[in-house]
Ligand binder design. Structure first.
Ligand code: WT7
Length: 649
């Protein structure tokens, strides 16, 4: 039986770019996009040489790319300081007194840092790091709440050539130990605690517990945020403010090679051990800078807000490095979107006049479920551009986002990328690309994306396959830290010369990429390949459904059977009639083959703190009735017991 399934594009609604928007933007016609894209592919040296002029170099590079597959070096021979590009060049110029960060804490406290103030804080902290023995290429763990000090710590590391590795503040002790060990870190930067849903996250306590197991850390620098008592170990632990008071507010930004390591960010792979994705300096900066410039269309009067956490790649690329390289004003918010209730984001948007808003579909679905009464009282008319990232966005969620947050007019950029790609690779350009709900549309500059079948051959239009990249790009990962063989095998091992993203996708006749989800979540039902995301999309497209997770379970007859977990809008509970209706609904949208064999209604799905549904746990629950695997990344651990009850275990 063929494993290729022809998937028809849905009756798609095309949104042409707004003419008024196009007039003010840098790329205002498809002809211009196509010309630039072609140049970026055919003459990358010419294209990148021109774009790289926007950055501040301490020494100009001599060669744009040195490619010894699968190892790339970009802007070879150049010397650059990433921090200088994000801070000094604004602080020392006309943006001196412009707000760089408008911070709002979960309790409601607010701080504004201008670029000049940011520079002073970053310089001080760079001095603190150096005074405490941190040297170029040393690894520094950053485990902090979403407060300006997190960005300052990252930028200070970049300034002195130290390699930061940020651990999401929601991770527990074991995750910290894994990362400390793998990176061989000597310094930890943390805070006493952070605010989340009105409670203190005990960050310093977690660090203390981790350092019982890992002995390589010499200094722990602790920012004061929540003010509760913490244990400070003499000789090892230092208060951020006390250390900063001892040093000057100036610091010379040294020149580092273009390929100097900038950071390691851990991400989960197919095995249990997280992969340390290594990014380097000039190419990464180029990628994050240029994507902000053209995709987010950043201008001097914008107020930009990305709701991600700095602990994820989105926070690295689209809170710290990209927006700051563009000298934009941005909002940084510490807490949960529903603290004290689901109007929090919209009050901030109105209050600060947010113009560009970037969030994840999972958050949007939570807002849909919460109800429009939390949005209606607020004036969101300042918003001119919306972004989505992290997973495929369901068309109805896309339409809701545009209507209720974008005032029925703001373009949506559905941005596809990964921790490994460093910056956005597939996305509309808001002033020219016709958008269709559900597709990330077209490749960005320098990106040669394609869909291939299991033999590595390019698929025909509308045929489902694997998403690959055929050329290196500036912000690509350089390796997995300390594991070149794993880097080669994981990303370049499937097909010669092709980077495998691990995502399933298809390309329509217009060339738009429809990402259907991770290939690891793909089911094989009676020899047909079915994306779990596709079935989930179908379920969510039903008016009663808020969220859905689909997994496979072994089935003697079909190979795999489809199991769906569904939560309903307004917290409703489902009945047999709705169950039947949903099965038929999926059958109608995708085909009978995709109809869930089992369908369970549940008030909540198991999710990571970043909002990803943990299908692994659902699979285990369904297969064994229990969960034995790692659950430390679960957002709400009580979900599992609830599900056991629902499954009658
Ligand atoms: C995976 C990468 C990229 C930053 C956040 C997640 C999925 C991401 C989209 C999108 C469809 C998307 C892919 C990708 N993904 N953006 N716009 N449409 N899928 O980073 O944890 O490295 O995850 O997220 O499956 O491979 P990450």
């Amino acid at each position: 039986m063929s494993t290729k399934r022809k998937s028809k594009s849905p009756e798609a609604q095309v949104f042409k770019p707004d003419k008024k928007f196009a007039k003010t933007t840098r790329i205002s016609s498809m002809a211009q996009y196509k010309r630039m894209w072609k140049e970026s592919i055919d003459s990358p040296s010419k294209f990148w040489a021109r774009e790289a002029k926007d950055l501040t170099w301490q020494k100009k590079w001599s060669k744009v790319l040195d490619w010894k597959a699968p190892f790339a070096e970009w802007f070879v021979g150049g010397k650059i300081n990433v921090c200088e590009n994000c801070v000094d060049r604004h602080a020392d110029g006309p943006r001196k007194n412009k707000a760089a960060i408008i911070f709002e804490g979960e309790p409601g406290d607010r701080t504004v840092l201008t670029y000049a103030q940011l520079k002073r804080e970053v310089c001080k902290f760079a001095n603190v790091l150096e005074a405490n023995g941190v040297k170029s290429k040393d690894r520094v763990i950053i485990y902090m709440p979403m407060i300006p000090e997190a960005a300052i710590a990252m930028l200070a590391c970049a300034r002195i050539g130290a390699v930061h590795s940020v651990i999401f503040g929601g991770f527990a002790v074991d995750a910290i130990v894994d990362r400390l060990e793998d990176s061989g870190a000597t310094t930890v930067i943390t805070a006493d605690g952070g605010w989340r849903r009105g409670k203190v996250v005990p960050l310093k306590d977690n660090v203390d517990a981790a350092l019982e197991k890992y002995k390589g850390v010499k200094k722990v620098i602790v920012a004061k945020r929540t003010g509760q008592d913490v244990t400070m170990k003499r000789g090892r632990d230092l208060w951020w403010n006390e250390e900063c008071a001892k040093v000057p507010g100036t610091h010379k930004a040294k020149a580092f090679d273009s390929e100097h390591p900038l950071f390691i960010l851990y991400t989960s792979g197919s095995t249990g051990k997280p992969k340390g994705i290594l990014h380097t300096s000039a190419g990464y900066l180029m990628g994050t800078y240029i994507s902000c410039k053209y995709i987010f269309d950043m201008k001097d009067d914008d107020v930009y807000w990305c709701t991600a956490d700095v602990g994820w790649i989105t926070g690295h690329s689209y809170i710290v490095y990209g927006p700051m390289a563009n000298g934009v004003t941005q909002v940084m918010y510490e807490g949960a979107p529903n603290q004290p209730d689901f109007s929090r984001f919209w009050r901030i948007c109105e209050d600060l006049g947010v113009t560009i808003f970037y969030t994840a579909p999972t958050a949007i679905r939570a807002f849909i479920r919460a109800g429009e009464e939390f949005i209606k009282p607020y004036d969101l008319s300042s918003i001119r551009l919306l972004g989505s990232v992290g997973e495929p966005i369901n068309p109805d969620v896309w339409l809701w986002y545009r209507e209720h947050i974008g005032g029925g007019k703001a373009p949506i950029v559905d941005t596809w990328w990964q921790t490994e790609t460093g910056s956005i690779l597939i996305s509309p350009l808001p002033g020219c690309t016709p958008t269709i709900p559900g597709t990330a549309t077209l490749p960005f500059f320098g990106v040669d994306a394609a869909i291939v079948d299991e033999t590595g051959e390019e698929c025909k239009p509308d045929e489902s396959g694997r998403l690959v990249l055929r050329k290196p790009w500036p912000s690509m990962l350089r390796t997995i830290y300390n594991d070149k063989p794993r880097y080669k095998k994981t990303y370049w091992g499937d097909f010669k010369g092709l980077y495998t993203a691990g995502d399933g996708a298809r390309r329509d006749k217009q060339g738009n990429f429809w990402i259907t989800g991770r290939m690891d979540d793909v089911l094989n039902v009676s020899g047909h390949r079915l994306g779990t995301a596709e079935i989930e999309g179908a379920l969510v497209a039903h008016e009663a459904v808020a969220e859905a997770a689909v997994i496979g379970r072994p089935d003697d007859l079909k190979g795999q059977a489809v199991v769906a977990f569904v939560s309903l809008k307004g917290g409703k509970t489902g009945d047999d009639a709705l169950l039947k209706e949903l099965r038929n609904h999926v059958g109608k949208l995708i085909g009978a083959i995709a109809k869930p064999d089992d369908l369970h209604f549940t008030p909540a799905l198991p999710k990571t703190r970043s909002g990803k549904i943990m299908r692994r746990l659902l699979k285990e629950l369904v297969a064994t009735g229990n969960v034995t695997g790692n659950t430390t990344t679960l957002e709400d651990p009580t979900v599992i017991d609830n599900l056991k009850r629902i499954l009658g275990r």
